[in-house]
Design a protein around this ligand. Structure first.
Ligand SMILES: Cc1cc2nc3c(=O)[nH]c(=O)nc-3n(C[C@H](O)[C@H](O)[C@H](O)COP(=O)(O)O)c2cc1C
Length: 171
């Protein structure tokens, strides 16, 4: 799909067909994430594919925002692996790295007809414990994946855009 059309059309999908995600679609989405830039190329993102009935049921029990998606990605940050700035204490790249990886995957998904929703509505500590993540990893977001239901449509929020002058300041 042409890029400007893709970024305009994409919306957060919250209603899915029951069909399992095809392996080639999942692989292409994961590969797009691997192509994303990260600070110093340290690639601190860790991606867990939740796909079996058992783990999908578990994530649905921890957030109402897993919806009826057949696949959910749990995207975490390895806190020991992201770039830390030597210039100012506390400045680091981890959340930005995870976010750009997630965005690459979200756009690659739409390009293949796969819907997604970025989800922050969960308790990271609860999800970390439930899936027994290593001590140094923190869940940052969940991403639902699946083919949009025939009657899936964007929420009103999708159309609410601030004006350019509210967002862009020329100095
Ligand atoms: C950081 C972030 C967190 C989000 N968390 C949630 C969430 O927990 N649940 C949900 O349904 N949508 C969530 N969304 C989706 C936004 O609500 C959605 O992207 C926004 O309203 C614009 O709509 P659109 O994606 O359809 O264009 C999140 C999006 C982002 C970028």
């Amino acid at each position: 799909m042409e890029f400007s059309q893709l970024i305009k059309e994409r919306y957060s999908v919250r209603k899915y067909k029951p069909d399992m995600l095809r392996q080639d679609d999942l692989n292409a989405i994961l590969k797009a994430g691997m192509l994303a830039p990260t600070g110093c190329n340290y690639q601190p993102q860790r991606i867990y594919v939740l796909q079996s009935d058992e783990v999908v049921a578990k994530i649905r029990s921890l957030t109402r925002c897993a919806f009826d998606a057949p696949v959910v990605l749990l995207i975490a940050l390895d806190e020991t692996e992201d770039w830390k700035s030597p210039l100012e204490a506390g400045c680091r790249a981890g959340i930005q790295d995870v976010s750009i990886v997630a965005d690459h995957m979200m756009l690659a998904a739409w390009d293949r007809g796969v819907g997604s929703c970025w989800v922050n509505y969960f308790k990271p500590s609860e999800v970390k414990a439930a899936f027994d993540l290593p001590k140094n990893e923190t869940p940052v977001l969940l991403m639902t994946l699946g083919y949009p239901a025939d009657d899936a449509k964007p929420l009103k929020l999708h159309y609410e855009s601030k004006t350019v002058s509210e967002i862009v300041k020329r100095l």
